[in-house]
Design a protein around this ligand. Structure first.
Ligand SMILES: *Cc1c(COP(=O)(O)O)cnc(C)c1O
Length: 378
């Protein structure tokens, strides 16, 4: 069994993907071919955003977003303590300071109460200006944007949605990548919508921001890339990846989103009385980048992981370490800040094999092994 079986997906769409890739080679329009703009249009339509600006990866997408908002020195950027490194990495890259916020145990997403406390603390200290929050749609579940956007308004913060894992999710029909001033996503192969290499995109409804982003991704171009009116990046999605994504987006929208939700429901039904299964709040819809369970403690989690491995079932720990404990952030002063939920979740979480092409028997096999392991301990 594979943790995320990309080979099964390719086998199913091989004819279309091969043809799409071949066309790029026949046209030899490897950079900025027409497929890129076509994909951008499809992605904007799917997410309900006015503009989509494709770029080289999800980390660049976040950096471009912060650059477009003019984030810089003395700015505080609020990020969840429990996420992939990129969400916070781009903040010092823009010379600003990340402020880590604890999560909710049920959803693994940024806790709005903890966010408000963190903003108040920064205001009281008076050293940094609260500027931006970057809520993450962790494991495919949109963050609580209704509450987060209220806090953003109250304190005058911009919202950047990190939907690298969230593409395909929604809150009462409003899709991931449509929240906040700017949203970002990643097409890293293992994400809900993945390409065959690195890729990413930035979304916005603002015409000015969209124009600015298009300039930033090509060396701060003005009239063309040899007219440079600001310092930018080289961050484009190449034509080959766009061509592949056009095929995969159709499959994602028509079938894969449904399949992962069916798979998640089956896991939950089989496991909910033995471990803590993911909570999807009323009105929320996940794209299940991961299906993650919580065990009693670290010993039980590590024991289960080993037991699954012995039965050739892969599982992963997302994430072993809170961001505030990463060496790269050693100089961030987090003393006295309550990040206990993240710390506890890092010790107890385990992500199970999850993708649209998992078969019912495979889910039943994984669930049976987990049940047997937990019941043996009792
Ligand atoms: C994967 C990921 C990113 C970065 O995406 P890349 O395409 O790998 O650069 C950013 N944020 C989160 C939450 C992610 O999971």
């Amino acid at each position: 069994m594979e943790f995320r079986d990309l080979k099964r997906q390719y086998a199913k769409y091989k004819t279309e993907i091969d043809a799409a890739v071949q066309q790029v080679m026949l046209d030899s329009n490897f950079i900025s071919g027409k497929q890129v703009a076509e994909l951008e249009e499809m992605l904007a339509a799917f997410t309900g955003r006015k503009y989509c600006i494709a770029c080289a990866n999800g980390t660049d997408a976040l950096q471009l977003a912060l650059m477009a908002l003019g984030v810089g020195e003395n700015d505080a950027v609020f990020v969840p303590d429990f996420t992939f490194f990129s969400t916070a990495e781009v903040v010092p890259l823009c010379n600003a300071t990340p402020v880590f916020v604890d999560i909710e145990e049920d959803t693994f997403n940024m806790n709005p109460d903890a966010l408000e406390e963190a903003i108040e603390r920064v205001l009281q200290e008076g050293k940094l200006q609260p500027r931006v929050m970057i809520p993450v749609d962790l494991f495919g579940l949109p963050a609580d944007f209704t509450r987060l956007e209220t806090i953003a308004k109250k304190y005058g913060l911009a919202v950047v949605e990190d939907a690298a894992q969230g593409f395909g999710g929604n809150i009462r029909g409003k899709r991931a990548c449509s929240f906040g001033e700017i949203s970002t996503t990643s097409f890293f192969p293992a994400k809900p919508l993945g390409c065959y290499g690195d890729g990413g995109a930035v979304f916005t409804d603002s015409t000015e921001i969209a124009e600015y982003l298009r300039s930033l991704r090509v060396h701060g171009k003005g009239q063309d890339k040899y007219d440079n009116i600001r310092i930018g990046m080289n961050s484009r999605l190449d034509t080959m990846q766009a061509a592949i994504l056009k095929v995969k987006l159709a499959a994602f929208a028509q079938e894969e989103l449904d399949s992962v939700n069916t798979n998640a429901r089956l896991y939950t039904q089989l496991l909910k009385d033995v471990v803590k299964t993911p909570v999807i709040p009323e009105g929320f819809y996940s794209s299940w980048a991961q299906y993650s369970i919580l065990l009693k403690d670290k010993q039980q989690r590590d024991g289960l992981m080993n037991d699954l491995k012995e039965h050739h079932i892969p599982s992963m720990i997302y994430y072993k370490k809170p961001l505030h404990k990463q060496e790269a952030f050693a100089d961030c002063d987090c003393t006295g800040i309550d990040l206990r939920v993240t710390e506890s979740v890092c010790d107890r979480i385990l992500s199970l094999p999850m993708h649209p092409y998992l078969e019912k028997q495979e889910i039943e096999e994984v669930a049976a092994l987990i049940r047997r392991y937990i019941e043996k301990l009792q």
